[in-house]
Each structure stands twice: as C-alpha cells, then as structure tokens.
Design a protein around this ligand. Structure first.
Ligand SMILES: Nc1ncnc2c1ncn2[C@@H]1O[C@H](COP(=O)(O)OP(=O)(O)O)[C@@H](O)[C@H]1O
Ligand SMILES: [Mg+2]
Length: 299
C-alpha cells in the first residue's frame, strides 16, 4: 500500500470491515458539503461543531479540506473562547479515503457529534464521505452559479441514498440570504420542493466575516446576536433531523467505507442518461424556485 498522507500515518490497525461491524460507534457523523466554494461550509462546520460541543459536552470537528480553513480558524482561537469538549483535527480527504474514513469512524466512538468540513471537490473523498456519514448539511446560497453545484451535489447524494436506504439524511441550509430580495424570500419555499430537510435561513451578516477575522465562533464573537440565534436555529433543526434519521447502517453495509472506484459520469455508462435527467430535474426545481431560469445571476 502507498504511504499514508501526513496526519494519517498513525492510523490504528484493523480492517475497515472489522470497524464496520463494531456497534460501539454511537456518535453521529455529519459532513458539511457543497461542490461550490464560498457557500459557507467552513462557517457552518465551525459553528455547528461548537454548538454541538456546548449542547453535548463533546464534539469533534474534522477539517477535510486541504485548504484547512476551519482548523486554522479554531486553532488560532483563544482557548477560553472555545467550548470545552471541542476537539479539532485536520485530516484532508485526499488520496486515501478508506484510511481517512476509518480514522473518523474510530473517533466517532468517543464523540457524540463528528462534524466534517468537506472540500468543494468531487472525488473519492467526497464519495466516501457520502457513504460514511449519517447526515449531510448543505449550505445553499441564492446564486445561479452556486445552484448548479448544489444540483450536482444533490444528484450524488440521491445515488448514495438509493444504496443506503435513504441515508445520509440531508439538511439544506439557505445561507447568505437577503430577505429584501425576491430570491431571498423564496429560497426556503424553493428548497422545500426538493423534499429534503430545510433549515431556517441564515442571513448575510457582517458578524460572520468578523467572527472569522477574530478567529472566534459566533457564540464567542457575538453571543445573543441575530447571527448567533440563526446559527442556533440551524443547529436545532439539525439535531431534530438526527433524531429522526434512521440508526446507522454500518453494521450491515460493509461496502459503506470502501472508496468509490469511479466517480466521473461518462456518456455510454449504464444509468448515465437517468442520472443526467435527475440532475437536470433537481436543477430545474432549484432554478424555477429562484425564478432565475434564463437569468443567470452571480450574487
Ligand atoms: N451568512 C453569512 N454572512 C456573511 N458572510 C458569510 C456568511 N456565511 C459565510 N460568509 C463568509 O463567506 C466567506 C466564505 O465562507 P466559507 O465558510 O469559508 O465558505 P466555504 O467553506 O464554503 O468555502 C467567508 O468570508 C465567510 O466569512
Ligand atoms: Mg471551506
């Protein structure tokens, strides 16, 4: 086997299948993902992990993006600003997704919540994450270019849900929403048409950017603010989803942690046309909801 990437070299021995059959894993694993950068993944991952640590007394944030935004953010935080019980690890979802998944899975034994901040890339890491997690949190910004990436992310999700009996559950989080605009007011309704969980929207607020600059999570930076309350409302919705989503299938689905061999759609492959139609359907729903059809818009 090729050398493990930095940070994973000390992965404990034991096959993925052994771990899969280990029912002592009680933590819920959640990925924050969208194939578009700048939609608020790291902002959501940092704040949801901190809120989970406050709520449950322990949580792990895994920064799976090689850019390391979330880990750098919290590592630069003053210790007194961080919720006790929060652990942070930078484990990029790179070329060794099976080792990466095993590591996360092992830690889920000791954590109530594991929040994984994903990079905005298709690839074996992304496909493995979809097979690993209980739930996916998907920030959605009201811009046409981001919606295309969201549609692609959702199409991948649907494919895995078909194999995993509806898992992972999914919570769509409208982010950077301006209620003064038509798009801002319709985003929640449009997302509901997708028949996935939809969180209350997070507004575009300068305190999210200033919290990042100050290297603080929103509960330390602006406790009691509207930005904090909105984030807490998303966390509450997310906890509700986790309570209703089915218990982990890891005990029976031993394929769950296996890295996907091929991730690119190719014309001519079985199911290509159906997948393309599904993606176009999701995209059409999103775009119709946002009244953006034929009117590309970037912000
Ligand atoms: N609701 C929001 N209001 C204002 N700024 C936001 C909001 N959400 C995210 N941002 C800002 O947008 C930028 C990108 O967010 P980030 O969480 O890094 O996205 P991603 O991880 O998807 O690339 C950051 O500067 C962040 O502070
Ligand atoms: Mg990020």
């Amino acid at each position: 086997m090729a050398a493990a990437p930095a940070g994973l070299g000390d992965a404990p021995a034991g096959s993925a299948d052994e771990l899969l059959l280990d029912r002592t894993v009680t933590g819920r694993i959640v990925a924050v993902a969208n194939l578009k950068g700048g939609t608020g993944k790291s902002t959501l991952a940092v704040n949801l992990a901190c809120l989970a640590a406050v709520e449950h007394g322990a949580a792990l944030l895994v920064d799976a993006d090689p850019q390391g935004t979330a880990a750098a953010w919290l590592e630069a935080s003053a210790p007194e600003d961080l919720p006790p019980g929060l652990a942070v690890e930078a484990w990029p979802a790179g070329d060794h997704p099976a080792i990466w998944a095993e590591r996360i899975f092992r830690h889920a034994r000791h954590q109530t919540r594991v929040v994984v901040d994903m990079p905005p890339q298709l690839g074996p890491g992304f496909e493995t994450a979809l097979r690993l997690v209980d739930a996916l949190v998907l920030p959605v910004t009201p811009s046409a270019i981001d919606l295309r990436a969201t549609a692609l992310t959702l199409q991948r999700l649907r494919r895995v849900q078909q194999r995993r009996d509806g898992r992972p559950a999914c919570l769509l989080v409208p982010n950077r929403v301006d209620q003064r605009t038509a798009i801002g007011r319709t985003i929640q309704r449009a997302l509901r048409d997708l028949e996935l969980g939809v969180a209350p929207p997070i507004a575009q607020r300068s305190s999210h950017a200033s919290a990042f600059s100050a290297r603080q999570w929103i509960g330390a930076h602006a406790p009691g603010s509207a930005a904090y309350r909105e984030m807490a409302a998303v966390a509450a919705e997310f906890e509700k989803l986790l309570r209703t989503c089915p218990a982990s299938d890891y005990g029976t689905d031993t394929a769950a942690l296996k890295p996907a061999a091929a991730v690119a759609d190719r014309a001519g492959e079985p199911g290509f046309a159906a997948r393309r139609a599904q993606r176009q359907g999701i995209l059409a729903t999103l775009l119709a909801g946002f009244r953006l059809l034929g009117r590309p818009q970037s912000g």
